[in-house]
Write a protein that binds this ligand. Structure first.
Ligand code: DSN
Length: 421
């Protein structure tokens, strides 16, 4: 008997939509053929990809494990409970909500739970390396709340807690936020917590960038010091694209209510399952070694770039990223990004603190090591890549030299597979 034409399709993506299949294949090739150094990107494991592409995408599960608004939730309940128990263990947390669709959603849920529109929040200035959702005037965090910011010291490039304290005392915020997207040093979470206590503010850390390092114990754990911690699961943590919120038990009911029904409807159960897989991977042998290597590689990259004469914010790094100030290299961040892309090295243009130029054509580039480390690269490769970057930027008008860089990048990329399923 012929199958009715309306029955759910069992054909492959290639058969149903060759155009999209080709687009995805091209992206897979791009990831293989480029040295990807976007600090906020990584490569997920096959196991995470499988969970993400699973039939859990079919299930509606508004609510939480054991208290859903739909029948048939036995297995998605299991998936979410596994994610929760593993996340609590990995980060030593009292409570976690694994439903936020992204880091932004996680931050919005904290604001909805604990602030009223018009309340004051104090976060790190976006132009000094902070996050968009920490009070930028173009983001809901700066539109619905009165936002104030602290920055880094002009000379050292470091967060100066005395200055944070001074601003906090002046502003008297309801919420202080720490956490950054292009700050290469450890943040003194204990120091921030004591400032929050002094001024009677709640303390939130957004560890989106460093969650993987924290999970492996190679970075201080903000969960031990902050009232609330938000994170993404897809950066150093190497899980699926998504968010999560950790908090002390006293804030748990408000946080859960803010995520659902406050901000979101049905949770993405396939993504929650993939988060659970990533939490399991964070407990497997190899994860700590991976994160240690991410940091060692970033330090080697910083050392190599400094030896090539590049100026680095704070002079180096404690984490997975390096911020390069290009003002003395006679090239803007935007042009450097495009130039490096032309030799298959992918980075992003980035503002540097006190940048005389704007965000669309800033004075810096940001480089990170999570993806290259996931491919198996080591400090030797980082030193070589810093030379390739220097060669590209310093000899950008010499096509022969750029061709040589292209050839070497191609060799490196084929020696270190992304996926070889
Ligand atoms: N967009 C992210 C980054 O690239 O750092 C910040 O969350």
């Amino acid at each position: 008997m012929d199958e009715p034409s309306y029955k759910v399709g069992l054909q492959s993506l290639q058969e149903v939509d060759p155009e999209m299949a080709a687009t995805i294949e091209e992206e897979e090739k791009r990831q293989q053929k480029n040295l990807i150094m976007i600090a906020s990107e990584n490569l997920v494991s096959r196991a995470v990809l499988q969970a993400q592409g699973s039939v859990l995408t079919n299930k509606y599960a508004e609510g939480y494990s054991g208290a859903r608004y739909y029948g048939g939730c036995t297995y998605v309940d299991q998936a979410e409970s596994l994610a929760i128990s593993r996340a609590k263990e990995v980060f030593s947390a009292e409570h976690v909500n694994v439903q936020p669709h992204s880091g932004t959603s996680a931050n919005m849920a904290v604001f909805l739970a604990l602030l009223k529109p018009g309340d004051k929040l104090l976060g790190m200035d976006l132009s000094h390396g902070g996050h968009l959702t920490h009070g930028s005037k173009v983001n809901i965090s700066g539109l619905y709340y009165q936002s104030f910011s602290y920055g880094v010291n002009r000379e050292t490039g470091m967060i100066d807690l005395d200055n944070v304290r001074k601003v906090a005392k002046e502003v008297q915020p309801r919420l202080i936020i720490a956490g950054a997207s292009s700050y290469p040093r450890f943040i003194d979470f204990e120091g921030f917590a004591s400032i929050a206590k002094e001024v009677g503010a709640l303390f939130l850390v957004d560890m989106a960038h460093t969650a993987g390092l924290v999970a492996a114990g190679v970075h201080p754990n903000p969960v031990l010091h902050a009232d609330l911690v938000t994170a993404t699961t897809h950066k150093t943590f190497r899980g699926p694209r998504g968010g999560m919120i950790f908090c002390r038990s006293e804030y748990a009911p408000a946080i859960d209510k803010a995520v659902f029904p406050g901000l979101q409807g049905g949770p993405l159960m396939h993504i929650i399952a993939a988060k659970a897989v990533a939490f399991k991977e964070a407990q497997l042998p190899g994860f700590v070694a991976y994160q240690e290597k991410v940091v060692a590689n970033a330090r080697a990259l910083a050392k190599g770039l400094a030896a090539e004469g590049f100026k680095l914010l704070t002079g180096g790094t404690d984490t997975h990223l390096v911020l390069v100030d290009l003002r003395s290299n006679d090239i803007s961040g935007r042009d450097a990004e495009a130039l490096l892309e032309s030799v298959s090295i992918t980075v992003n243009k980035n503002v540097i603190p006190y940048d005389p130029k704007g965000a669309n054509d800033p004075s810096g580039i940001r480089l990170g090591t999570p993806t290259l480390t996931s491919r198996g690269m080591e400090t030797g490769q980082m030193l070589e890549i810093s030379s390739l970057i220097a060669e590209t930027i310093n000899y950008r008008h010499e096509n022969d030299r750029l061709d040589k860089v292209r050839n070497r990048v191609a060799e490196l990329c084929s020696a270190y597979d992304v996926y070889n399923f």
